[in-house]
Design a protein around this ligand. Structure first.
Ligand SMILES: [Zn+2]
Length: 379
């Protein structure tokens, strides 16, 4: 017979929840939030559905303990990236221990594990003390409006974000900053070099220094668990037509940051390059601005969450370790709101790709470990 949490996972994959900020006609999180709220109500949780953005609700369920105590949060995002190029993104198919479909790994597998864990806890007599909060939040794939709304409404003593980690306990991860750089020239007929100034070759000079900076960042002493910072040019545009000097060139780029590097780091580095280029040539005309950023995160050393989760995983019959993750997650938002957080979820492959799957066994192990954690954390 199909495991109840895997059945739930199939139901979640079958619901289109493409992020509407990423894909203009994306279905959004309304329908999946409703399905999750219903599942939680049936399992006996107290349920709260709140709009984190217009028409885009978070679904939050609570298992109250029998006496006051610590509050543990499980958090997962309900949105997915787009499905262009996929053949049957919303048809969950199970084959050889893998469950396929958009969001299977990122992160409906983790959602099903945490919801299944809360249901098990609620149905098996609840918790001795404190409370377990399960939060299914919107918009992680874009601006994390759901997690931001969650931390405004709730506090907690620890949180597990069930993004896919191959069941490794992610105790730290990198941050990122997006910066836009614009070089300016003068538009002129291609035959009149004295009148024109080429914004694209100016950007070329900047890009060359940017590559040097990337080399320098990656040659620095790495942070012990997340490694070094890095950067890459992401998007570039400029020019009008073949016979015209380009007057503007725009670059959007990303800098991945490590713990201890504030959000302003990238802009400061880039402005230093622009100032040096201006020093070399007074005609060089450029500016930069930060578009968006999220800081890196590391759980405080005095938190007992990683060790308790390690024990919980082993009680669930699996052995794992703690490590740094390279990708950013909502754990940073929850963590920076003062709730010590880790990332822990089932493995698979193909996240954001054309063929995405999650490992069925790992969803079940993840769920069982979360049950164990809730019982020991809220003891
Ligand atoms: Zn994700």
């Amino acid at each position: 017979m199909q495991d109840e949490s895997i059945k739930l996972l199939c139901d979640l994959i079958a619901i289109d929840s493409v992020n509407p900020s990423l894909v203009p006609d994306g279905a959004g999180e309304g329908e999946i939030a409703e399905a999750i709220a219903n599942y939680m109500r049936l399992a006996g949780l107290d349920v709260e559905v709140t709009e984190a953005a217009p028409g885009r609700p978070n679904a939050i369920g609570i298992v109250q303990g029998r006496s006051p105590g610590r509050s543990l949060i499980f958090c997962g995002h309900t949105d997915t990236v787009g499905v262009q190029g996929m053949t049957a993104p919303f048809d969950p198919v199970q084959r050889g221990g893998k469950l396929y479909g958009r969001g299977a790994q990122d992160m409906k597998g983790g959602l099903a594990a945490m919801l299944g864990a809360a249901a098990k806890v609620a149905k098996s007599g609840g918790l001795p003390s404190g409370e377990l909060v399960v939060a299914a939040v919107i918009d992680e794939e874009y601006k994390s409006l759901g997690a931001e709304n969650l931390v405004k409404r709730r506090s907690g003593d620890a949180a597990v974000v069930t993004e896919p980690t191959d069941l490794v306990i992610g105790v730290a991860h990198k941050g990122y900053t997006w910066v836009e750089v614009t070089t300016r020239g003068i538009a002129a007929h291609g035959s009149r070099p004295k009148e024109g100034r080429d914004a694209i070759t100016s950007m070329g000079r900047f890009l060359s220094r940017l590559a040097d900076l990337d080399g320098e960042l990656q040659a620095r002493t790495p942070h012990p668990i997340v490694g070094t910072g890095s950067l890459h040019a992401s998007l570039i545009s400029g020019g009008r037509e073949l016979s015209t000097y380009p007057d503007v060139c725009d670059l959007q780029m990303e800098r991945r940051t490590i713990i201890g590097e504030p959000l302003e780091t990238a802009l400061t580095e880039i402005e230093a390059i622009l100032a040096a280029l201006k020093q070399d040539s007074a005609e060089f005309d450029a500016s930069a601005r930060m578009l968006f950023g999220r800081p890196a995160y590391e759980i405080p050393a005095n938190s007992d969450l990683p060790s308790m989760l390690l024990e919980a995983v082993s009680r669930a019959g699996h052995t794992t370790t703690c490590a740094g993750m390279t990708f950013w997650t909502d754990a940073a938002i929850i963590g920076h709101a003062g709730i010590p957080s880790v990332v822990f979820g089932p493995g698979g492959a193909g996240l954001h790709g054309l063929e995405e799957y999650v490992l069925v066994d790992e969803v079940i192990t993840c769920r069982d470990a979360l049950v164990e954690l809730a019982r020991s954390f809220c003891a």
